[in-house]
Design a protein around this ligand. Structure first.
Ligand SMILES: *Cc1c(COP(=O)(O)O)cnc(C)c1O
Length: 838
């Protein structure tokens, strides 16, 4: 043989040639895909072509592991976790997969040798924004941890054609733009065109007695849509387990068996293409706010029905008995969005598989577990019964029957306690009957959990109190977590390397090992290295801020970061009131010593949430004034970084010095941004809310800036008749800040712009912004004071990261596995697929 490539090839096995992980093999794979997939060659290929080719090359390597995983799961006796979530806020795949495969460096070499910069290609990816915020991001972290822990799992959801809108800022106001993420194709998904299920909607129910004298229901739909499976492989970190995220796209059915339906209804049932495709068209952009629209209910039912039909098909295809469904699958409901699954499971069992009602209910209750995510009343899902009936007439009957039998049971257990009966009822009484999805979820599940210790306790005392009283054994807490792969290794490579240089790489899979850093917390040279890395990340972010907003910020100022969805309970207005107070201190005393600070805000507001949008306008308006004022001399800067998404979050968290977690105590179920920030060495200023409580316990009270009313004090104050106006009158700094906003100081002397926000603060203030103002400002002074002492700050920052082991999503998933799912790891061996199939 003459050529050296041939020599190399003859040494490599076929497997290595095709899906090997070395730089040469990767390079060849990219060129192959460039040629055979993109139809391009290097001279004419664009960066996007290279991104696509590289992604396909990576996907090949995932598929090799995916096939091995799926084969293993198809073995009987292998219980599978089924995670049902209407949202997955995944973030870009490419770099994450490179890390999990362990080929980041090799791919860098491969792309360099092709004259490409890996960072450019990574930046080409349009992130799949199939979620609003924390809830969707949690589902994504859990998919990563399930695979990393080698747990057999399928994530089910919706393949929205348009994800969360892209946010732009014009004139200081939020502008929404559609997120056409699929425009350039999606190399990470595999369409299973042959894998689809019909889903009925609308119509009515016919009742009849069959030849055996059995009472039967026949649902005649108003329309039928088809769900097509789109699979995304989710690879674990340095393991062969590659699980499936199966997202359903709605389409018009091509044809269907008309025997099933009355001839006359045929044309009505085959609905037109656009109506069917609308169901998976767009994600509802509300976070912690329900949208009682027909399309939303259709979306929920659509994906849940496809998913349950799919699980049953898998189970039966392996020779499983329908009665033992729960031996094959445990179905976790991520909030109430998929709670209709309880009624759908009953319909499938009773109407389709002809299982007796009592047995069907028993199977259902053994299959489902429910995670509650909110205590906010406006976020608890209910559906008007009439609307519900128009979409799901058969399910209404089923829910009525579930409820009738369920309330009989409650009546017996409580000796007919009417208050308890009406609070547990799945259908509210009164003239406007509503279907309460949390009640359906609780009744149909064997386990119910909250997402942080405080939240789980409050559930038992408030929204689910009566459920807890009767079924305490169903309740547990599963504190949220986040994946250190994406939120440390990927987004903060420098800090990760520094950590690994001291304690090895074990922490990436076992985050508790971070405690090994504690011994270096006082070491001046380690502190120095730690703060150098932080400074580098701040410089990177400063560059982005300049590019995106034209605002020049100083990387040696405190980066005070408040990034999350914009919501009154998250209290971005409390933060901006503090900014205004600081600004006024400088104006009143230009030589005042003020530790330089950059206030960085980011987050989307639901398009219909007027006060949230007004908060964005207020932040950008204050920024315009403060950033320009020569008296301030750049000591404080305010930035609103547009379009908060996973990609931007990955840039912001590592650069944060201060993490703003200032929700009204008792309102934030857990939070996960708080965890991501602390892991990256930010110090929290926060209330005793959600997981803040546990974070503070872990990192130590001395490494956490606490302020504000506790949940109990909030309740106390409200019951005493809280009057925000008193606080306004009593605190001159607060009064001045509010008066300035009101007078138009920040809005070209047009004070009316913010009147709704001001009125809500002065006369309602249900989130106790004014009550917490003084305590917040005082604590912020301690933050500034602490920052002046570089060594002390470095130590606190190191200790924060070192003590965050508990908040890995690996720990959360282990807890779910042990306590709820009863599923353990099932390692996958990599088979030499090509040689075996030759
Ligand atoms: C983590 C994360 C969230 C949740 O943030 P919280 O501070 O917990 O509300 C929302 N959006 C994105 C993009 C995230 O990465």
């Amino acid at each position: 043989m003459k050529s050296s490539t041939k020599d190399t090839e003859s040494i490599l096995t076929r497997e290595e040639t095709r899906t090997g992980l070395g730089p040469e093999t990767l390079k060849r794979a990219i060129l192959n895909h460039l040629f055979y997939n993109q139809g391009k060659f290097p001279e004419i290929a664009t960066r996007n072509d290279y991104y696509m080719a590289m992604s396909f090359a990576v996907r090949d390597r995932l598929l090799q592991r995916w096939v091995a995983s799926v084969k293993k799961y198809l073995n009987a006796d292998q219980k599978i976790v089924s995670y049902l979530s209407a949202e997955y806020l995944l973030g870009p795949h490419l770099a994450n997969n490179l890390i999990n495969l362990g080929i980041y460096e090799n791919m860098e070499k491969a792309s360099n040798s092709l004259g490409m910069n890996l960072d450019w290609l990574i930046a080409k990816e349009q992130e799949p924004g199939l979620g609003n915020g924390g809830l969707g991001r949690l589902a994504a972290c859990y998919m990563d941890s399930l695979a990393t822990l080698e747990i057999p799992a399928i994530g089910y959801g919706i393949r929205y054609q348009f994800g969360i809108f892209e946010q732009d800022i014009k004139d200081g106001w939020q502008i929404e733009d559609t997120d056409n993420w699929l425009r350039r194709g999606n190399p990470w998904e595999i369409a299973k065109r042959e894998l689809g299920y019909d889903v009925k909607l609308g119509g009515y129910v016919q009742h009849y007695t069959d030849i055996n004298g059995k009472f039967k229901a026949n649902w005649i739909p108003g329309m039928i849509v088809k769900g097509i499976a789109y699979d995304t492989p989710i690879l674990g970190y340095r393991v062969n387990t590659c699980n499936t995220l199966r997202l359903w796209k709605s389409e018009a059915p091509k044809s269907f068996d008309f025997q099933t339906f009355n001839q006359g209804l045929y044309s009505g049932a085959v609905s037109d293409k656009t109506v069917c495709e609308n169901i998976s068209k767009v994600l509802y952009p509300n976070d912690e706010q329900r949208e009682g629209k027909i399309l939303r209910l259709q979306q929920q039912y659509f994906f849940v029905s496809c998913s349950l039909q799919d699980m049953i098909a898998i189970h039966l295809s392996q020779g499983g008995k329908i009665e033992r469904f729960y031996d094959k699958f445990v179905v976790q409901l991520n909030d109430t969005h998929p709670a209709i699954g309880v009624a759908e499971m009953m319909r499938l069992l009773v109407d389709v598989y002809e299982v007796e009602w009592d047995l069907a209910w028993d199977i259902t209750k053994k299959s489902f577990a429910y995670t509650n995510h909110t205590l906010l009343p406006e976020a608890l899902e209910t559906w008007d019964q009439d609307l519900f009936q128009s979409v799901l007439p058969r399910h209404l009957e089923i829910i009525q029957e579930i409820n009738r039998r369920f309330l009989d049971e409650v009546t017996i257990r409580t000796y007919g306690d009417q208050d308890l009966i009406s609070s547990l009822s799945i259908i509210s009484d009164g003239p406007w009957k509503k279907i309460r999805m949390a009640n359906l979820a609780c009744a149909g599940s064997f386990a119910i959990n909250g997402v942080a210790a405080l939240h789980s306790e409050l559930l038992k005392k408030t929204v689910l109190k009566d459920w807890y009283q009767l079924w305490p054994e169903k309740f547990s807490n599963k504190t949220n977590g986040v994946t250190p792969r994406r939120w440390m290794v990927l987004s903060n490579p420098k800090l990760s390397s520094l950590i690994s240089s001291k304690i090895g790489e074990g922490w990436i899979k076992n985050l508790d090992e971070l405690t090994g850093l504690e011994q270096y917390a006082d070491d001046p040279s380690f502190q120095q290295e730690w703060m150098v890395v932080k400074h580098e990340m701040k410089k990177d972010l400063a560059k982005r801020i300049l590019q995106r907003t034209k605002i020049k910020v100083d990387p040696s100022s405190i980066f005070d970061v408040h990034v999350k969805r914009i919501h009154e309970y998250k209290r971005q207005h409390l933060n901006i009131l503090h900014v205004i107070a600081l600004y006024n201190r400088i104006k009143q005393n230009p030589d005042a010593e003020v530790v330089p600070r950059t206030f960085i805000f980011a987050g989307k507001a639901a398009p219909g949430y007027h006060l949230a949008k007004l908060m964005i306008k207020l932040i950008t308006s204050v920024a315009d004034v403060v950033n320009q004022d020569p008296i301030v001399k750049d000591r404080i800067k305010v930035v609103f970084y547009p379009n908060y998404n996973v990609t931007n979050a990955q840039r912001i968290y590592p650069a944060a010095d201060v993490s703003e977690q200032i929700s009204t105590a008792g309102k934030e179920a857990s939070g996960t941004g708080n965890m991501k920030l602390s892991m990256n060495g930010a110090l929290t200023i926060g209330t005793l809310d959600g997981a803040n409580v546990e974070i503070r316990d872990c990192v130590g009270a001395e490494n956490f800036f606490l302020f504000g009313l506790t949940e109990e004090e909030v309740q106390q104050k409200k019951s005493e008749g809280y009057n925000p106006f008193d606080y306004y009158m009593a605190n001159p700094e607060l009064k001045l800040a509010i008066d300035q906003i009101n007078s138009g100081y920040f809005s070209h002397m047009n004070g009316s712009v913010f009147k709704d926000l001001i009125n809500s603060l002065l006369y309602h203030d249900q989130y106790l912004v004014l009550a917490d103002f003084e305590s917040y400002v005082a604590e912020q002074e301690r933050v500034a004071e602490a920052y002046k002492d570089k060594q002390r700050w470095a130590k606190m920052s190191i200790l924060n990261a070192a003590r965050m082991g508990k908040f890995s999503s690996d720990r959360s998933i282990k807890d779910y596995c042990d306590d709820i799912w009863k599923v353990g790891p099932s390692p996958v061996e990599l088979v030499d697929f090509h040689q075996k199939t030759q």
